[in-house]
Design a protein around this ligand. Sequence first.
Ligand code: AAT
Length: 275
Amino acid sequence: MELWYTEFQTPNVGITCKTKKTYHTEKTEFQDLALIETEQFGRMLVLDGTVQTTIEDEFVYHEMISHVPLFTHQNPKKVLVIGGGDGGAIREIIKHPSVEKAVLCEIDRRVIEVSKEYLPEISCALNDKKVEVLVADGIKYVKENKGEFDVILVDSTDPVGPAVGLFAVDFYRSIYEALKEDGIFVAQTESPFFHKDLIKSVYRDVSSIFPITRLYTCAIPTYPSGYWSFTMGSKKYDPLETDISKIPDLDTKYYCPQIHKAVFALPKFVADLVK
Ligand code: AAT
């Protein structure tokens, strides 16, 4: 018998994967959670019917959400991840020798627990001694911690359910305040093909608060349209001015010094969204 999984990415488009096995399904306090084995992408974490991460392509998202801001900052010591309970962003952050502390603030305890059990390649740094794992609402946490962080990553689900507020202008204001005076933040901001209005409104909101706002993109096969965006707000450092000759060689598969600059070169239709 063949079993196939489909995510309805928009009312008119989906991604369908042949599955081998279902390891786990449950309804958590916040969302439907599933951990399945697919033929093409290996183990896959699904929340509310939406692909969050897979063994085969997770490296792109986790490297690109982490290394671009961390190497733009150059000396990040204290880093916060909001969401990202799978631990992939934390694994990348911990590769930076300057980082003394990385805090993960994930709202759903079960995402962390299931990732630890079924996705050890991704969650492997969650027990590192530099890492503090909090189960809390990221919106509340940033409001309560002012001037604390060098870099904040918003590794959130799509803007539905508990993540709606993670795409709001008030939240970006709290992020600004939670950062140190030369702090940087990056949020995952969906697909330039399918979520044009969201990219526009986030860019507008972030630019109204941060002196430097930049959009960058990369290829992620299991996310809607396979082409994804991140929005950066920075108080002082401009990623376009990073001296890439000073970036050390890290153990990565997508990120490299050339990519650090190249990802900010936007196709015309994407550049037009943020003009
Ligand atoms: N690393 C790629 C995986 C994710 S998961 C995003 C996480 O954000 C989920 O575990 C969800 O529980 C958490 N989350 C949602 N809202 C909040 C909140 N208010 N505070 C803290 N954590 C929250 C990203 C996938 C991107 C999917 C693209 N289609």
